[in-house]
Design a protein around this ligand. Structure first.
Ligand code: 6A9
Length: 770
């Protein structure tokens, strides 16, 4: 019965929020307390859209279609498969305005927004979408722009039509927003105020959920429409027609309503949309046309100035194109911020079935608008290192959001898949979050940076949660010996992988002990815990709370003698993990079962072969993990190991490339090895910007500290910084994007794109602001 009770109470704690008062005071993120951040481009997974920071928010968005023979392709959510040669925010201040450039074949789209404060519901905003064609093919193919507004579970919308087909305006009301009016203005010729010929269509449909809006629109398209400007040839085009419901959605009550305004024109052309809040009393006039141009110009100038004041790239001598690159990197991270609401699907090892966690809200940046448009715990700490410089208050709020996701155990799930739109992007096998799985506590890195100016009441609210989080790591990720640590949740089926993954560490397939066991001790986690102890100590001191235990732990974990004893691998000449390890493993094609009589033999599979019995020893992998004592600056500047660590960094046989530090040494056994038939190397060679950022930060530290390696560190710092910045800039100019990782042999961007998550840390590297 006692065991039963324990199971039951553990299961309950899994989905019970942490009892400490929330880090975000109730109401502090709503339209009254935080009007400036109520509306935003918080739907990073669509090319252009806005919503409010509300649980069941009203959303607005843009789709477009280049009319062609077969219908062309409807663009809406960011998809790598769309093959856009570029899209991204070139300016975005995270609050009031943004300018995005999109290149879809020969079509150039510019999407701009400006907000104007006023009233009690987050104020007004306006959009301007400008389209033009590159190349002179005439007549240009017709372009349709679809502007929509949709409710999701609450609120009402009312269409206002002109000539039965032009949706001129939508009025409506919703909780938190109150009354509002959206106005779709007539298109203009690209510059100036001349009206432009266009065809209009509109759709009024029941919405089966925000994640199905593209389908609703696509399934309502028909090409029975004719574009007929006076004195020019007539052309058929596709437009929204009747909507008869989606397969599978019959009988289900609608989730909301979708109203959509389609404008079809021959580019160039400009369309503006205004949103006016009913509670704005003395509006100085409509924010459109000349007034909108003036507002955009004002915000642009303010952005340029603030960017220079913050990062000083002009002062440092970066030419304008490189400054624009850095502005785009920052802007794309700000434009990649989302507001998510929903429930995680969580599971503990004690339970057979996953359960939904309580409803939660998350305001966060995302690693990639196309591939991973949701929150990731350790990515976010890196994101906030950059955003904390741009807007410390914004960063504080994001960190508080994350800490409020904590459950009664002190656990924060690694990947946050909240709400239907986020879920729609994730294959079911990746949905589950396991309650023993950690992720590096990088939020503490960001918090450390914010600490000097953070208001005390803010830190007071955070502190109980920071303590609970810290205790959770110490309790659940302890290693086999005192002062050692071990990532839980490694894949338990070693036969299926060349080396079973360690998703918790963030370094997924980075080689660890070949045979997962409780004997393992993980160097990177130990270093993260030293950092965590330091930051907890610093926060405690700021608050006048007892800091002794944290400081003691920090001292113990930074003791260089003990560090060497536990993690210095003499045979490798480097710091390393320890565990049950075989250095002779390989993948081989095998037929696991014999053919059944009269049947074709089963397909061969790649299976792991262990050619040498594993034994307890240091893991023979040299790469990012080996660098951690340096990366988090635990190694003393006079450490006798520092020369060797610097040498592995600078050696081309090992970690050095002309483009940055590679993740695994070229002479390491698993360098660039696939993990399974379907798993190409990930953290086994490619260059990752987050770790290169940490390396530069640390090198700068060693270059500034007294010690025999001072000069050497300074030299490597200069070269590495130059290599990293030059390559990211070159790749950006050639490909139009920041990337998830970079090839260590060619420097080419690879993995997913755009990736304005931690790759955008290049801005801090340019600014030398660590
Ligand atoms: C896959 C596929 C449509 C992997 O940047 C986020 C994370 C990092 O935290 C981690 O360190 N990335 C890195 O190793 C991406 C993880 C994506 C997993 C989900 C689902 C969906 O494709």
């Amino acid at each position: 019965a006692a065991a039963e009770w324990n199971r039951w109470s553990a299961a309950a704690r899994l989905v019970t929020p942490h009892p400490a008062p929330p880090a975000l005071p109730p109401g502090s993120t709503g339209p009254l307390a935080s009007p400036g951040r109520f509306w935003g481009t918080y739907r990073p997974h669509v090319y252009f859209g806005m919503k409010t920071r509300s649980p069941r928010a009203l959303v607005t968005g843009l789709m477009w279609l280049q009319q062609g023979e077969g219908g062309g392709s409807l663009r809406h959510t960011c998809e790598q498969g769309d093959g856009l040669s570029r899209y991204g925010w070139v300016m975005h201040d995270g609050e009031n305005f943004g300018v995005q450039e999109i290149r879809d074949g020969d079509l150039l789209l510019k999407t701009e927004f400006v907000k104007r404060p006023g009233g009690e519901h987050g104020g007004d905003w306006s959009w301007r979408v400008t389209a033009r064609m590159e190349g002179k093919g005439s007549p240009a193919p017709l372009l349709s722009l679809f502007f929509y507004v949709a409710t999701d579970g609450q609120g009402t919308l009312e269409p206002h039509l002109e000539n039965k087909t032009r949706l001129a305006a939508v009025t409506g009301t919703s909780e938190e927003l109150g009354d509002f009016t959206l106005t779709f203005l007539r298109p203009m010729v690209e510059s100036g105020e001349d009206p432009k010929y266009a065809s209009y269509n509109y759709l009024d449909a029941a919405s089966p959920g925000l994640h199905r809006l593209t389908e609703v629109v696509r399934s309502s398209l028909s090409n029975r429409f004719v574009f007929a400007p006076r004195g020019k040839s007539r052309r058929r085009f596709f437009a929204v027609d009747a909507f008869r419901g989606l397969p599978g959605a019959a009988g289900e009550p609608p989730r909301g309503r979708l109203l959509l305004h389609q404008v079809t024109l021959e580019p160039p052309g400009t369309v503006e949309v205004t949103f006016e809040s009913g509670s704005v009393a003395d509006r100085p006039g409509r924010l459109a046309g000349g007034a909108l141009s003036a507002a955009l110009a004002r915000h642009t100038a303010a952005f340029e100035q603030r960017f220079e004041e913050t990062f000083g790239l002009g002062r440092k001598g970066f030419p304008p194109p490189q400054r624009r690159f850095a502005q785009a990197a920052l802007s794309d991270m700000l434009g990649g911020m989302g507001y998510f609401h929903g429930r995680s699907l969580v599971q503990s090892p004690l339970q057979e079935r996953p359960v939904p966690a309580p409803e939660a809200a998350l305001f966060t940046a995302v690693p990639s608008r196309s591939f991973f448009p949701r929150g990731f715990l350790w990515d976010e700490g890196f994101h906030q290192l950059l955003l904390a410089r741009w807007d410390p208050a914004l960063s504080r709020e994001v960190i508080a959001h994350w800490l409020d996701l904590m459950n009664a155990e002190g656990w924060i799930p690694r990947e946050q898949i909240l709400g239907e739109e986020a879920r729609a992007k994730v294959p079911p096998e990746f949905l589950l979050q396991h309650s023993e799985t950690a992720n590096p506590p990088t939020l503490l890195l960001a918090l450390q940076q914010l600490l000097p100016d953070a208001p005390l009441p803010y830190l007071q609210r955070l502190f109980p949660r920071l303590r609970a989080w810290y205790d959770w790591y110490n309790r659940t990720q302890a290693g086999p010996l005192p002062l050692t640590f071990r990532w839980r949740g490694r894949d338990p089926n070693p036969e299926r992988f060349l080396n079973p993954k360690t998703l918790a560490s963030g370094l997924d397939d980075y080689p660890r002990a070949s045979h997962p066991s409780p004997e393992e001790r993980h160097l990177d986690l130990r270093c993260w815990m030293a950092l965590a102890s330091r930051v907890l100590g610093e926060v405690a001191e700021r608050l006048g709370e007892p800091a002794g235990p944290y400081r003691e732990m920090e001292r113990a974990l930074s003791d260089n003698g003990l560090l060497e004893q536990l993690h210095w691998a003499q045979e490798l000449g480097a710091f390393a993990d320890y565990g049950n390890h075989s250095s002779a493993v390989g993948l081989r094609w095998q037929r696991l079962a014999p053919a059944a009589p009269g049947r074709p033999p089963p397909a061969p599979q790649l299976v792991r072969e262990v050619r040498e019995t594993p034994q307890p020893r240091f893991v023979g992998a040299l790469g990012y993990v080996s660098l951690f004592p340096l990366l988090l600056q635990l190694l003393r500047p006079d450490s006798p190991r520092l020369p060797a660590v610097l040498a592995t960094m600078r050696s081309e046989r090992q970690l050095w490339t002309p483009f940055g530090l590679r993740s695994l040494a070229r002479d390491s056994p698993l360098y660039m090895q696939r993990n399974t038939e379907h798993d190409p190397p990930y953290w086994r060679g490619p260059i990752w910007v987050n770790i290169n950022y940490l390396a530069l930060r640390a090198l700068r530290g060693y270059a500034g500290a007294d010690g025999p390696q001072r000069e050497r560190a300074a030299e490597i710092y200069r070269e590495l910084r130059h290599n990293l910045v030059a390559n990211l800039y070159r790749q950006y100019t050639e490909s139009g994007f920041l990337w998830e990782q970079y090839s260590d042999s060619t420097g080419r961007g690879q993995g997913c794109h755009p990736f304005a998550g931690w790759s955008a840390l290049v801005v801090l590297v340019m600014a030398e602001d660590y």
